[in-house]
Design a protein around this ligand. Structure first.
Ligand code: SAH
Length: 466
């Protein structure tokens, strides 16, 4: 090992940065974040450092660097674009045994600065020993995606509860088991989901568990899987998918997404074809409750966003009534996904100032919609579940006042490699499914914005061969 990783306590300690430009800014900010007392020596400052100086966050010495600036400093960073000055800073600091870092020049450094994943108070420092800062940054980006942004809250809670837990579990092994349980269970997930109070309460409950054996509490994650492209999952969705014990998914969730669920998790298909639910909604609600009661981490995976035409509300109402902990993870809804991948902005300064999401589900051959709200000028209409009622939809909109030639699109299997976009007008749209085999799921988008498809289409699905 060429370098020893250490974490320095620099709170209120005098540190010197030589240079006041853009490169220096980054270093100054990092020192300030660590609570250091920063002095900057430079003939002049860039705007950002100048504003730090104006706010009295740093002390500024307007001068060329000289040896006396090192007096009483505990750490020095040379960040000028003049190699001679950088070298001089390095040599002088080394001769006085002051740790010195020279930006982008490991040979002149007595310490190097790692790439940091900051989940305060948790800090993950990455170093390649100066060999490749780019590699360190790539690694950092990977870790950033794996570790929830709110990870620090967990460390804070652990720090606060440490004494309590030590008293409750004097035996070190028992204590370790307790913490492992907390870190992998509902308490951690509650914290990540911003449910701080519930997390603390659950932790206390588990501490007071008289049996000494920590009871296994189940929980439910209601997760939006997005419109199809697995790349559009959120970090949180993916993380929960990889730790769930059982997953309930329906037809709308793309197989590639189900593939990403933890390999040994139980997978339950709960159907939801049009008009023929494999499982009635009530049974799904009850199943979620039962599995959570068995102590399982249950992931209810839905297409798109769970709260947009996804009956997510109904499912968690039951959970809430039964006192089962749950959280909801939003997903990209079909309208957003299809619009982006078809190059049809849902709003646009020139064409649409609002966008309305409706379901075109037919009931007894009619569509129960607030037509007046739909036929407003400069508005995009995104219709979910609308292909079966396409004729009713288009003719009603025309009857209520939208021009026949209003541009309209059907986006089939949006965001997937099977995506197809059919463009027409309100008048011609119902003809499209007669001419082509339009496959579900499909979204209908109506409004002037559809015109932009021609210019803005960018996505080229490989499964679409025309
Ligand atoms: N909760 C989901 C919507 C469920 S309703 C969401 O937020 O997206 C189901 C309807 O969504 C389908 O009938 C179809 O109109 C639309 N849909 C879902 N995924 C789609 C996709 N990949 N492409 C086009 N439409 C889609």
């Amino acid at each position: 090992m060429r370098f020893l990783p250490v974490f320095l306590d620099l709170v209120n300690r005098p540190c010197l940065v030589v240079g006041g430009g853009v490169i220096a800014t980054r270093k100054i900010n990092r020192l300030l974040k660590a609570g250091a007392e920063v002095t900057v020596v430079a003939p002049e400052l860039c705007d950002e450092v100048q504003s730090l100086c104006n706010d009295q966050k740093i002390r500024f010495v307007a001068a060329d660097f000289s040896s006396m600036h090192l007096d009483s400093m505990v750490l020095v960073i040379a960040a000028t674009d003049d190699e001679d000055i950088n070298r001089q800073v390095s040599e002088l600091a080394k001769s006085r045994n002051i740790p010195v870092n020279v930006v982008d020049n490991p040979k002149l450094c007595s310490f190097i600065m790692p790439s940091v994943v900051d989940r305060n108070p948790v800090q993950i420092a990455i170093s390649t020993g100066g060999a490749s800062p780019v590699l360190a940054r790539l690694l950092r980006a990977r870790l950033e995606t794996m570790i929830p942004a709110s990870f620090g809250r967990l460390a804070e809670l652990m720090g606060k509860s440490r004494e309590l837990v030590r008293k409750r579990f004097p035996d070190m092994n028992e204590r370790r088991r307790f913490w492992e349980h907390i870190l992998q269970g509902p308490v951690a997930e509650m914290l990540f989901a911003g449910q701080g109070k519930a997390a603390l309460k659950t932790l206390e409950q588990q501490l007071n568990d008289e049996s000494h054996i920590i009871s296994n509490h189940g929980e439910v994650y209601l997760v939006g899987g997005g419109p199809g492209d697995p790349d559009l999952l959120t970090f949180r969705a993916l993380r929960l998918m990889q730790q769930a014990d059982v997953v309930l998914y329906d037809r709308l969730v793309a197989p590639e997404i189900v593939e990403l669920v933890r390999k040994d998790a139980e997978r339950i298909y709960v159907g939801k074809e049009r008009n023929q639910h494999a499982l009635p909604q009530e049974n799904i609600n009850q199943m979620l409750v039962r599995l959570a009661r068995e102590g399982k981490r249950v992931l209810r995976l839905k297409g798109g966003d769970p709260f947009i035409f996804g009956r997510g509300g109904e499912e968690i109402e039951t959970l809430s009534a039964e006192g089962i902990p749950f959280q909801v993870v939003p997903g990209i809804t079909a309208a957003g996904g299809c619009a982006s991948y078809a190059g049809i902005p849902l709003t646009h300064r020139d064409y649409a100032q609002s966008c309305i999401f409706v379901t075109g589900h037919l009931k007894d051959g009619t569509m129960n919609l607030n037509w007046n709200a739909l036929v407003q000028p400069k508005q995009t209409i995104a219709v979910y579940m609308g292909t079966h009622g396409l004729e009713v939809l288009c003719s009603e909109l025309i009857k209520r006042g939208l021009p026949e030639n209003t541009p309209a699109a059907i986006v089939q299997q949006g965001t997937t490699q099977q995506q197809r976009v059919y463009i027409g007008t309100l008048k011609s749209l119902p003809e499209i499914p007669k001419q082509y085999e339009v496959k579900p799921p499909s979204m209908i988008i109506i409004g002037e914005v559809v015109k932009l498809h021609e210019k803005l289409a960018w996505f080229e699905p490989v499964g679409n061969t025309d």
